[in-house]
Each structure stands twice: as structure tokens, then as C-alpha cells.
Write a protein that binds this ligand. Structure first.
Ligand code: CA
Length: 230
């Protein structure tokens, strides 16, 4: 997946001329834009398609921007920028309360909208990156940087050790059988070679449990392994 993905933007705005203007400008900037002029239609689009960002007018026929925002936040953290008219100052607060990332007062310069969009994208990327941190006790795995730490100390693991530990921590408190571990970490081609799991568990234990004098990886005899959250 090396092709450049165009970001998909949904614009829900009932002022047709403004919507058309914003649509053309965003397309010129390389965004893939879908426009709706009605709140219900906007909501339908959001549930049927996956968008990278939603630009939402506040006062809309069908469903208000605030109502849409509230509904969307029940299932998605997609960045939302509210577009509000000048006389809707009070509603800005309600807009942010309902889960919008930002708001912009009409009329706005298109450069301002583009700048806000870039900021919202950056923030949501940052929030997503945080989720790449897995934790159990004082052990942290950064799946993006492929780094394991105990407290502040970086643990040097091989690729397979890293994948095995990540799988265990992703499923913390769940006992995983050797077969499950093999399938997930080594792939099906290794079926029948379950002792490779024991060997790698031993490697991990010597680098983690023994080195830190603590039991992170536990054995259920005859079943498999798990890591325990205290
Ligand atoms: Ca409107």
C-alpha cells in the first residue's frame, strides 16, 4: 500500500454556494470531497462511508450539526470541524461540548479552513500514535517504534521475541496455547513445531523476567502462557 491516499472529506453544509466553493477549493488541494446539504443525508453518509474528516455546518435541515456530532462520537473519533455563522456564538460551546475538534466562524478565508484542517489531522494522528503503546505492569511496548521498555530501560529483543511479547501483552490476562501463539507469531507453516514457542519464551524470560527479577510471563502447565496485569 504505497500509493498516496487522498484524504476523504465529508462536507455537510446547506448553503449551496458556500458548499460548492469549499468543495472546489478542497478538491484543488487534493482532497476527495463529498458534499451533503442536509443533516440526515450527512448522517447517512457518515454511517455508510469512511471519512478522514467531517466539516459540519451547525444549522442544517434534518439534523443539526451538534446532533450529528453527538451521534458520530458514539462510534468514531474522526476529526470534526464545525462551521458556524457569526450569530451562533453560544452554539460554539455546545459544538465543542458535543465532541467537535474545532470550529470556524463564517465567513472564513479558505486558507484558515485549510490550516485548521491540517491541525486537526495532526492532532488525530498524534492521538492514534498514542494507542500504539501497550502496557503491562512496568513493561511498555511501543509497537510503532518497535521498542520495549521496563521502566526507563530499553530491552533489546530480536524480531520474533518482540512479536511474541507483543502478542502476549495484547492479550494480557488471557492464557494463550502454544498453537495459538504459533499461528499468530510464526504463521501456520510451523504447525507441529510447538516447542519453538517454549524456546522463545525461555529467551524472553532470560531477557525480561530474570534480568529484572520479576515474573512477567507465566506458565499454565499443559496449556500455555500469559502475561498478568497486577
Ligand atoms: Ca446552515
Amino acid at each position: 500500500m504505497n500509493r498516496v491516499e487522498r484524504k476523504k472529506i465529508l462536507l455537510v453544509e446547506d448553503e449551496v454556494k458556500l458548499a460548492r466553493f469549499v468543495e472546489l477549493e478542497l478538491k484543488y488541494e487534493g482532497y476527495d470531497v463529498t458534499v451533503c446539504h442536509d443533516g440526515r443525508e450527512g448522517m447517512r453518509q457518515i454511517t455508510e462511508e469512511e471519512y478522514d474528516m467531517i466539516l459540519l455546518d451547525l444549522m442544517l435541515p434534518g439534523l443539526t450539526g451538534i446532533e450529528i456530532c453527538r451521534r458520530v462520537r458514539k462510534f468514531s473519533q474522526v476529526p470534526i470541524i464545525m462551521l458556524t455563522a457569526k450569530d451562533e456564538v453560544m452554539d460554539k460551546v455546545a459544538g465543542l461540548d458535543s465532541g467537535a475538534d474545532d470550529y470556524l466562524t463564517k465567513p472564513f478565508a479558505i486558507e484558515e479552513l485549510l490550516a485548521r484542517m491540517r491541525t486537526a489531522f495532526r492532532h488525530s494522528a498524534g492521538a492514534a500514535a498514542k494507542k500504539t503503546l501497550l502496557q503491562v505492569q512496568d513493561l511498555t511496548i511501543d509497537t510503532e517504534k518497535r521498542m520495549v521498555m521496563i521502566g526507563e530501560k530499553v530491552i533489546d529483543l530480536t524480531k520474533k521475541e518482540f512479536e511474541l511479547l507483543t502478542y502476549l501483552v495484547q492479550n494480557k490476562n488471557i492464557v494463550l496455547t502454544r498453537e495459538q501463539i504459533l499461528n499468530e507469531v510464526w504463521g501456520y507453516s510451523y504447525i507441529g513445531e510447538t516447542n519453538v514457542v517454549d524456546v522463545y519464551i525461555r529467551y524472553l524470560r532470560s531477557k525480561i523476567d530474570e534480568a529484572f527479577g520479576k515474573k512477567y510471563i507465566l506458565t499454565i502447565r499443559g496449556v500455555g502462557y500469559y502475561v498478568k496485569e497486577e
